[in-house]
Design a protein around this ligand. Structure first.
Ligand code: AMP
Ligand code: MG
Length: 603
């Protein structure tokens, strides 16, 4: 039986395991020079007996450590060594030890010992020792090195224990073929399987995948002016009708000349001054220069510009200083170097913001085709839900969900229809939903989808649409209804205000973006360090509200906003991100890594 092992480095780790006396160290002593000869840079980790020491009594470093330094680092210009007093009850942690290795200085870590860990290993075996095999009960053996007529299974690479070169070739190939595992994101829609019937509830990834499968992007387009195109999605590829910049021009105020006519201390004859928006129609000859301004077109014969500060003009001549440092072509912006004529400047499906609008303007576009904005109809349900502005009756709450949903939909470029609070009765709901589905591309409700509700939503939707009522393995936001009323998408979000926002961000946002024709969007995950212990539960994805900031070490740190009740909207106001803890984790330790989704751009 082996114990789980996760390589924390971006280089491979390969173990050598054997019963004692097989000759591990003897082999490694020969293998290391053989690998060095092949150009492989090595780190080696060895598990030693419990009270080994590397220092020598009487040496300063030894005495200072014995005097009580928990860590002692001794260094010269040739080598350095860090000794750490770390009395543990159990084996040292290999991942922790690996983190001490400077992975940019070596190509592979060879490990001697740590036989019980599930790390890839070469087994060394000598039949004459009469010891059992290791590979029969350890799936992590990648090759077996033996030296006699030992029988080895076909699927294992067999190496000759006495042939160091052959073993070295194997290690080289292993290092070259090794691929660092991709960092697993807490939500991976592409990898989600829909085969599962969801009896245990759906994962967040499965929920998103089911929903996206139901969404057909809008095809209708409209022609809009640049100002109207803000936050809209481009309907077709935008082909540049011009070169940007239009002409090769100067990036500096200075003097332009042919690089080949430069020679130290030889002044150039200034034949013209070229201003932005103007030009010099003649060819600049060898030995000549033009005074040129930023943005002014480079005349024929000129290929290099020296900034004005590094030039000494005198009468009608200029001396170029530091000629040895001048590089041919410097401070010259080539025509089309930003965007070339006929190049795709922006692809269809691009959401247009400040940078994209500026770029379209720079190409001279005044109008372009955008995909029509999705129309989103929003309503709330629940007898206790009241309209803000009216007096709050006993046992009632104000409707906040409609306002969070409308605001998020608008930020995503949708047109919003507000259907208000719909009375909890079948007839009113049926009428409202059918009418909304005629006008809108998406209808979103909140409340009334959890178990134990007066089930009007469920009854009505079962009659007029195809709707799934899911239990999503997440918190907050477990109940979710999603489906269609005719061609209109329907989302029944939970009632609790934070659950509404979290489910909107996770499920409705991707649907709206796909519907709107946005092609490249992916949720953003940023790795951060947890500044506190964060509780979760295996089997569900946790979305905590967090505050992230740059720590004194320059890394992103995050802590929760405190109490995480799914009705506490103040946590969304205080927070600036969701902390996303994947289904496999039951907690994140203080100082541990976690992914966050900043929400500032959408809320
Ligand atoms: P439900 O899923 O209908 O049982 O609602 C769960 C919780 O969310 C209850 O405490 C409701 O009062 C609350 N809730 C439902 N709709 C809204 C709304 N539109 N605005 C604020 N809170 C709501
Ligand atoms: Mg309700």
């Amino acid at each position: 039986m082996t114990t789980v092992f996760k390589n924390p480095l971006s280089i491979p780790v390969l173990g050598f395991c054997a019963y004692s006396g097989t000759g591990k160290t003897t082999l490694l002593k020969q293998l290391i020079p053989a690998l060095n000869q092949r150009g492989l840079r090595l780190a080696v980790i060895k598990h030693a007996h419990h009270n080994f020491d590397v220092d020598i009594p009487g040496k300063d470093s030894y005495e200072m450590r014995k005097a009580g330094a928990k860590q002692m680092l001794v260094a010269s210009h040739v080598r350095w060594a860090l000794m750490t007093e770390d009395a543990l009850d159990s084996d040292p942690s290999l991942p922790h030890l690996l983190q001490q290795i400077e992975a940019d200085k070596v190509d592979i870590v060879l490990v001697e010992g740590f036989k019980k860990l599930a790390l890839p290993k070469i087994e060394l075996h000598r039949a004459s020792h009469g010891k059992p095999f290791i590979h029969t009960h350890d799936d992590n053996i990648v090759a077996i090195a033996c030296c006699d007529d030992t029988q080895t299974p076909n699927e294992l690479t067999r190496l000759d224990l006495n042939n160091v070169d052959q073993i070295a070739d194997f290690v080289i190939a292993y290092q070259q073929n090794w691929q660092a595992p991709r960092v697993a994101l807490p939500i991976d829609v592409a990898a989600a399987s829909l085969a599962d019937d969801g009896a245990q509830g759906l994962s967040v990834s499965q929920g998103i995948k089911h929903i996206l499968n139901q969404v057909t992007p809008i095809c209708a387009t409209e022609t809009l002016t640049l100002d109207e195109l803000d936050n809209r999605v481009l309907a077709s590829d935008c082909i540049s009708p011009v070169n940007v910049p239009q002409q090769t021009n100067s990036a500096m105020d200075g003097y332009g000349f042919a690089y080949t006519s430069l020679s130290a201390n030889q002044p150039l004859k200034v034949v013209a001054e070229v201003l932005a928006g103007h030009g010099y129609q003649q060819t600049v000859q060898a030995g000549e220069a033009v005074s040129i301004m930023t943005g002014a077109p480079i005349p024929q014969g000129v290929d290099t510009v020296q900034p004005r500060e590094l030039c000494t003009p005198l009468d009608s001549q200029v001396t170029i200083q530091q000629t040895d440092k001048v590089q041919q072509g410097q401070h010259v912006r080539l025509a089309g170097e930003d965007i070339a004529l006929n190049q795709v400047a922006l692809e269809a499906g691009t959401r247009l913001g400040a940078a994209q609008l500026g770029l379209l303007a720079s190409l001279g576009f005044a109008k372009l085709d955008a995909i029509k904005s999705p129309v989103v109809a929003v309503f709330s349900t629940g007898d206790e839900v009241s309209q803000p502005g009216e007096a709050l009756k006993q046992n009632c709450i104000y409707d906040s969900n409609r306002y969070t949903i409308k605001a998020m939909a608008r930020k995503l470029g949708c047109k919003v229809i507000d259907l208000g609070i719909i009375e909890d009765n079948e007839q009113a709901l049926t009428q409202a939903l059918l009418a909304a589905s005629e006008e809108a591309d998406i209808v979103i409700s909140s409340g009334g989808v959890s178990v134990g509700n007066a089930d009007y939503i469920k009854t009505v939707l079962a009659k007029i649409g195809q709707i799934n009522f899911w239990r999503i393995n997440m918190r907050p936001g477990r109940p979710l209804a999603a489906g269609k009323i005719n061609d209109c998408l329907f989302f029944g979000l939970p009632g609790n205000p934070v659950a509404v926002m979290v489910s909107f961000l996770q499920f409705v946002q991707p649907a709206i973006r796909k519907l709107a024709g946005e092609s490249q969007w992916q949720p953003r995950y940023i790795p951060a360090i947890a500044d506190e212990f964060l509780r979760s539960k295996v089997g569900r994805t946790e979305f905590l509200r967090g505050c992230y900031s740059i720590g004194t070490n320059g890394q992103i740190h995050v802590s929760s906003t405190g109490a995480q009740g799914s009705g506490m909207l103040s946590s969304m106001v205080t927070g600036n991100c969701l902390i996303v803890i994947d289904e496999a984790s039951d907690h994140i330790a203080q100082g541990g890594k976690v992914f966050i989704q900043p929400f500032a751009d959408l809320l």
